[in-house]
Design a protein around this ligand. Structure first.
Ligand code: URA
Length: 242
C-alpha cells in the first residue's frame, strides 16, 4: 500500500509529520539508498528500504516463491482442523509464512505455487488476468468428440457457463483416457465438474502448467525456488508491471 513518505516516517515513531517533512527537506531521507528530494512522494514501505541519516526505518519484506509438485492426499491450505497433511508439511527450511497461490483439491496432483507475496497472489488469481492453467485428466473409458467439443465451448455449471477451454485427447490405454484441458478460470473443482457434466468419471487429475511454469525436473512431493526471471514474468502476467 502506498502512503506519503512523511506519514511512513511519522508512523515509525522517529518524528512528527511536520518534523518528517523537515527531514525530507534537509535531504536526510533515502529510499533504496537514493536521497529523496521531493516532499509529496508516495511509496510502499513494504517494497523499499527507507532510511533516516542512514538508519533503516522500513525495510522491504522478503519474498519467497516456490514451485511445488503436490502429491495426492495433501490439502492446499495452511492448516487443517482435522489434522490432515497440508502442502506446507512438504516444505522444510522456509522460515517465512508462505501460502498456496489458489488451491488444488485434496486428490489433485501437480503444480502449485507457494509464496508470501500477497500482491502477486491476488494478481495471478484475479479473473481479469486470465492466467492459464493446464490439467491432465484421466477418465474412465472413452470420451467422444461431442463431449470434447462441449468442454471446449463451455459447460453450464451451477455457478454459470465455463469460458471456452482448449481441450485435446492425449492417449487411450487400459480402458482409461487422458485429456489435456487448458482453462483460465479457477472455480472450485472446476475441471472435475466439467467432466462430470459430460458424463465422465475423473480417476486422476494433475495440473501440469500454471502461468507458463511447468513441472520439469520437480518430482512428486519436491519443490524448487523460482528464478528472478520467472518471478518477473509472473508479475507481468499478474498485471503488476506495465
Ligand atoms: N479443477 C478441479 O476440479 N480440481 C482441482 O484441483 C483444480 C482444478
Amino acid at each position: 500500500m502506498e502512503e506519503r513518505l512523511q506519514k511512513i516516517i511519522s508512523k515509525s515513531g522517529i518524528a512528527s509529520r511536520r518534523a518528517a517533512e523537515a527531514l525530507i527537506k534537509e535531504k536526510r531521507i533515502t529510499i533504496n539508498g537514493t536521497v529523496v528530494t521531493e516532499l509529496g512522494i508516495k511509496v510502499d514501505a513494504m517494497r523499499c528500504t527507507i532510511a533516516v541519516d542512514g538508519r533503516i526505518i522500513a525495510q522491504e519484506e522478503e519474498h519467497v516463491y516456490l514451485l511445488l509438485n503436490k502429491p495426492k492426499a495433501y490439502l492446499s491450505t495452511a492448516k487443517d482442523d482435522r489434522g490432515r497433511r497440508t502442502v506446507l508439511d512438504l516444505v522444510l527450511g522456509i522460515a517465512l509464512r508462505i501460502y498456496p497461490v489458489g488451491r488444488l483439491d485434496y486428490n489433485t496432483t501437480g503444480l502449485l505455487l507457494l509464496t508470501n507475496d500477497g500482491a502477486l497472489t491476488n494478481g495471478l488469481l484475479h479473473p481479469k488476468q486470465e492466467v492459464e492453467k493446464t490439467y491432465v485428466a484421466t477418465v474412465k473409458g472413452r470420451i467422444d468428440e461431442t463431449a470434447l467439443q462441449r468442454l471446449r465451448t463451455g459447460i453450464s455449471l451451477e455457478d454459470g457457463v465455463t469460458a471456452p477451454a482448449k481441450v485435446r485427447m492425449l492417449e487411450r490405454t487400459n480402458g482409461l483416457t487422458k485429456i489435456e484441458v487448458i482453462i483460465h478460470e479457477g472455480r472450485n473443482r472446476q475441471v472435475r465438474r466439467m467432466f462430470a457434466a459430460v458424463g465422465c468419471d475423473v480417476r486422476a487429475l494433475m495440473r501440469t502448467n500454471f502461468a507458463g511454469l511447468s513441472l520439469d525436473g520437480v518430482k512428486c512431493g519436491a519443490y524448487r525456488l523460482l528464478t528472478k526471471g520467472e518471478v518477473d514474468r509472473l508479475r507481468l502476467l499478474a498485471g503488476l508491471l506495465r
